[in-house]
Design a binder for this molecule. Structure first.
Ligand SMILES: NC(=O)c1ccc[n+]([C@@H]2O[C@H](COP(=O)([O-])OP(=O)(O)OC[C@H]3O[C@@H](n4cnc5c(N)ncnc54)[C@H](O)[C@@H]3O)[C@@H](O)[C@H]2O)c1
Length: 354
């Protein structure tokens, strides 16, 4: 089989994890990492020097016009996900676009429609679906261990954990912890529950700690100077999402909260058993007794391993070897949920999702 030709758009933090995944496949002779693109030429050059990539661009349309690429990772600021993804799809590549899919559902739908029109695959960077923890729980869900899952909690709370810079600037990020962190746990919960269709959402956001929480010691600071990004996103979002199959999901997610320590978890409650993904102890009823057990297979979430599995899954799916595990359709549903939660936080009412 011919080596697939790979391109990466955006050479910031997360692109290093994508590159490591492609390097693994390059070592197996399956892909060739052909070209990279970033608006920031200095950053682009440092990245390409580090990984030995010769062909470099500061404009993604130009890269797509000049290169014949089979698969492209889009790892840019969220505000540019739609633009870069559409350019890559129209340029003839299958695309893996980082999460969140877009700034809102309208952009996400345009991306999905472009993928369909171009006959290309668009995968969304829901990397948590590729963790060993998710795989273990999914196997148990498929075995019927949980029965019908009717209640779930998605939790991603940070005490003072805004990544800083553009992540705190709504014009670039689309929002705060809901769109940045909540997207991971809402998606993972929905995925493990069988991707049910959302029907309504009720959300509340708070922004009363905000930039006052920034401190160098916490690992992030509010930028200063003429080029600085303002801090304009929420600190906390709590919400509830209802699904067509009767599932109710509650959400808690924060960049800033007076909580003793950071917490990340997905909890699932079914008619036969319940579990917390982080604790991985399953409570079930057997012979009229409560029993708890922990599956013996690996069940931690290891960041780089999950990214390697995600990139391998993307490349395999682009060749039709496996189905795409994180589809653009699911990305659109996630953006609809996020839009509805933000809308509800504005109006104070529950918002229908269709
Ligand atoms: N899956 C995860 O767990 C995870 C973790 C962190 C970030 N992310 C996502 O990855 C994306 C990038 O985040 P990051 O932390 O790497 O940000 P970053 O700021 O470190 O890097 C983004 C890069 O994109 C470049 N860029 C922006 N617009 C561009 C364009 N039109 N063309 C070319 N380059 C462009 C910027 O110059 C920058 O170098 C975000 O959407 C973020 O939500 C995902």
């Amino acid at each position: 089989m011919e080596k697939l030709r790979i391109g990466i758009i955006g050479t910031g933090s997360i692109s290093h994890l994508h590159m490591a995944g492609y390097k693994e496949l390059e070592a197996e002779g399956r892909v060739e990492i052909v070209s990279c693109c970033d608006l920031d030429e200095g950053k682009l050059n440092r990245y390409c020097d580090k990984y030995g990539v010769a062909r470099r661009y500061t404009n993604c349309e130009e890269m797509m016009a000049k290169e014949q690429l089979d698969c492209v990772s889009v790892c840019v600021w969220t505000v540019n996900h739609a633009k870069c993804t559409i350019a890559a799809l129209k340029g003839g590549a299958h695309v893996l676009c980082e999460k969140p899919m877009a700034m809102n559902a309208a952009e996400a739908e345009e991306m999905l429609n472009t993928a369909k029109a171009c006959g290309k695959m668009l995968q969304i960077g829901f990397v948590r679906r590729f963790g060993e923890d998710a795989e273990t729980i999914q196997r148990l869900v498929e075995d019927g261990t949980f029965g019908d899952i009717y209640y779930a909690k998605a939790i991603y709370l940070r005490q003072q954990g805004c990544p800083g810079g553009w992540f705190g600037d709504k014009a670039y990020s689309g929002g705060g912890p809901l769109i940045d962190l909540g997207v991971h746990v809402i998606d993972l919960t929905r995925y493990l529950a069988g991707n049910p269709r959302p029907v309504s959402a009720f959300g509340v956001t708070y922004d009363n700690l905000g930039p006052h929480r920034a401190s160098g010691s916490a690992g992030w600071t509010i930028e200063t100077g003429p080029e600085a990004h303002p801090y304009t996103v929420e600190d906390l979002c709590v919400g509830m999402v209802r699904f067509e199959n009767g599932l109710t999901l509650t959400l808690e997610t924060s960049f800033n909260l007076n909580i003793p320590g950071d917490v990340g978890d997905v909890e699932l409650y079914g008619t036969k058993a319940g579990t917390s993904l982080s604790k991985m102890n399953i409570l079930a009823v057997k012979d009229h007794q409560f029993v708890t057990f922990t599956p013996e297979e690996p069940h931690s979430f290891r960041f780089q391993l999950a990214f390697n599995a995600e990139i391998r899954g993307f490349v395999d799916a682009s060749q039709g070897l496996v189905p795409c595990k994180a589809t653009a359709e699911d990305g659109v549903w996630l953006m609809k949920i996020i839009d509805a939660l933000y809308e509800s936080a504005k109006t104070g009412a529950s918002v229908a999702i269709s």
